[in-house]
Design a protein around this ligand. Structure first.
Ligand code: NDP
Ligand code: HSE
Length: 449
């Protein structure tokens, strides 16, 4: 074995990801040493309960409930505990004691990223976080390094495996939301509290991280518009399929050109949206993730693969560990986060997209004209309209068959041209109150074309 310099690696957490990181570090230690140019010595693993069963066979003597001595004695600290505290405190301790840090903690970076990056800048340390968005998929390094000379215009990402698994099974099998969520939990895709997945919080954290990198602007989590998938039902899935779409929970990060007095700005949002079935994102099945990037010079790029899973995510973590080791050997200060563009972040009300509005209306003369009029007054332009009629015969109703029964209900599916969100939501409110609309069945944005 080559006589490399020894770098001390401390691991905080040995759960789904941490146990695999420790196992691979031990299994491929010699190979990783050749790549890093240093022997990566795992000096200890901090956990809550050293006697708890683990996914990997780890030497008992490496496990400890005392993280601090590990942190201060390490050249590289890997944080895989998750959550905000004590992960934040430990990462800051590691940075301040001269270590480079590797983390997969999207919740922490999306809420305390600026504080952590600032602390690293102060001491010339580097923070690596490839696994914090889209698991095993290399997307952080491409955005931070490979595309640093380009201008990213738009990112559309399926960045949450649980919701993609649920929506995919609802689409392909006609399954019900609650049944599939239970399966996603059983298979280990969902967070401990699946609200983080199904209400879009997990995707919003990842969107904040991706947008910050793509637009060289610090994007706080509060600036990300977020909607989850709990309102999506089988009928909406069927209607989407009928119209040639599939419903996906998307993280959309968009650069918007300056116009008039408005400077160039960005929008970051997470919501279920209709995606045409021939779009590359429509073919992302199961718990997989994909990030579709549109850049001014590079054009369209698609990054695809496992967005979760212990061993898959460990791949991204170990890539960061090798990078951290190489940097440590090279010396010099770490490369700080690029956030000087400082672009304004538009609220959702100022964003324009296409929409599909599904309404149930009375099947009476003039109703379509009234609906069209309300849309026109609201500056929402109609692109397509499809009407289907469901008749509910009333006993004793003697109307001739050729005339619509008085209690027929028509379902209108209206596709709009691009409209301002604020105009759209006000218009939908007026439609709901109009007297001709019995029910607003759904309002979904259309993305990707
Ligand atoms: P787990 O919950 O499986 O593991 C957490 C580990 O941290 C456990 O070993 C636990 O110890 C330890 N731990 C928690 N709190 C403390 C504490 N206060 N002191 C010491 N040890 C502590 O998490 P995951 O491995 O799933 O996730 C780790 C990180 O990776 C998270 O930030 C997550 O968001 C991120 N991530 C996870 C992915 C996945 O597929 N799982 C994918 C992408 C990112 P003990 O075992 O004794 O309870
Ligand atoms: N719960 C997350 C998901 C895990 O479903 O994608 C990976 O971040």
């Amino acid at each position: 074995m080559t006589d490399y310099r020894r770098l001390r690696v401390a691991l905080l957490g040995a759960g789904a990801v941490g146990s695999q990181v420790a196992s691979l570090l031990r299994k491929h230690g010699d190979e990783l040493a050749d790549r890093a140019g240093a022997h990566l010595e795992l000096i200890g693993i901090a956990v809550r309960d050293p006697d708890a069963p683990r996914d990997a066979d780890l030497p008992r003597e490496l496990l400890t409930t005392a993280p601090e001595p590990l942190i201060v004695g390490a050249d590289i600290v890997i944080e895989l505990m998750g959550g905000i505290e004590p992960a934040r405190t430990y990462l800051l301790q590691a940075i301040n004691s001269g270590a480079d840090v590797v983390t997969a903690n999207k919740a922490l970076l999306a809420t305390h990223g600026p504080e952590i990056f600032e602390a690293a800048d102060q001491v010339g340390a580097q923070v690596y976080y490839e696994a914090a968005a889209a698991g095993a998929i290399p997307i952080i390094r491409p955005l931070r390094d490979s595309l640093a000379g380009d201008r990213v215009q738009r990112i559309m990402g399926i960045v949450n495996g649980t919701t993609n698994y649920i929506l995919d099974r609802m689409d392909s099998e006609g399954a019900e939301f609650a049944d599939v969520l239970a399966d996603a939990q059983r298979l280990g895709y969902a967070e401990a509290d699946p609200t983080a997945d199904v209400e879009g919080y997990d995707a919003a954290q990842k969107a904040a991280i991706l947008a910050s990198l793509a637009f060289h602007t610090s994007v706080p989590l509060e600036a990300v518009h977020r909607e989850g998938i709990t309102g999506i039902d089988k009928a909406m899935m069927d209607a989407a399929r009928h119209a040639g779409y599939v419903i996906k929970l998307l993280a959309v990060c968009e650069r918007l050109p300056g116009r008039g007095d408005r400077p160039e700005s960005i929008s970051v949002r997470v919501y279920p949206a209709l995606v045409r079935r021939d779009h590359p994102l429509a073919s992302v099945h199961g718990a997989n993730n994909a990030v579709f990037v549109q850049a001014e010079a590079a054009g369209n790029l698609m990054f695809y693969g496992a967005g979760a899973g212990g061993v898959q995510t460990a791949s991204a973590v170990l890539g960061d560990v090798v990078s951290a080791a190489r940097r440590h050997l090279a010396g010099g200060v770490g490369v700080g986060e690029s956030n000087r563009a400082n672009l304004p972040i538009l609220p959702i009300a100022n964003v324009t997209t296409r929409y599909q509005i599904t309404l149930e209306v009375d099947d009476q003369p003039g109703v379509l004209a009234t609906v069209a009029g309300i849309l026109s007054e609201g500056d929402v332009s109609i692109a397509t309209v499809e009407q289907t009629v469901r008749s509910e015969p009333v006993p004793g109703n003697g109307s001739p068959a050729s005339e619509p029964a008085s209690d027929s209900v028509a379902r209108l599916v209206i596709g709009t041209h691009k409209a301002l969100e604020q105009n759209l939501s006000e218009t939908v409110g007026r439609l709901a109150a109009s007297g001709v609309v019995e029910r607003v069945v759904s309002v979904l944005r259309v993305e990707g074309d």
